[in-house]
Design a protein around this ligand. Sequence first.
Ligand code: FNR
Length: 183
Amino acid sequence: TTYTVCVIVGSLRKDSLNKRLAHGLTRLAPQNFQFQFVNIGDLPLYNEEDDANQSLPVKRVKHAIEESDGVLFITPEYNRSIPGVLKNALDHGSRPYSHNSWSKKPAGIIGISLGAMGTSMAQQHLRNILAYLNMPTLGQPEAFLKMSDDFFTEDGDIGEDSRSFLQDWMSQFTKWIALHSKK
Ligand code: FNR
């Protein structure tokens, strides 16, 4: 069985550590998992007036989520919460009312930051939102990652120090997706 997982990165910048984490981490997944990177940078600011007439980028994101077997959120922490661009995407996908694209999609949360607390507050806030959106979210293992010089190799792989930990994280995450998928 093959599974398709949408990857949503909460940082838009080109040199994002979380983007690098997304690429390094997804390389640790089993062969039968495909990862689709979903761009949220072109979504307009959410406005409820547009619910009946959603723009093409919104429809594209909603369609990708609906077709997927689950969602992997990889996000920085901004001011002890998730970035506004990620909340914007979550709000778009939840609408129009009764057409919540996120519902029942299994999810995982991970992130890397410069601070020692490794996105823990952002992850906790995100859990709250995903609970409301009806997404069964992997509880363990948690992963709070702090950037260091050797976190990534030159080739963009996960460095030796974190590799087996993140290999296990990915193994648990993919099992979670398979468990909750209807396949
Ligand atoms: C940050 N950063 C940050 N780090 C953290 O651990 N806790 C926080 O609350 C914040 N707050 C915060 C707010 C804003 C507006 C910015 C721009 C940054 C620092 C953050 O960890 C660092 O910039 C990361 O490199 C951002 O992730 P990406 O863009 O590299 O993926």
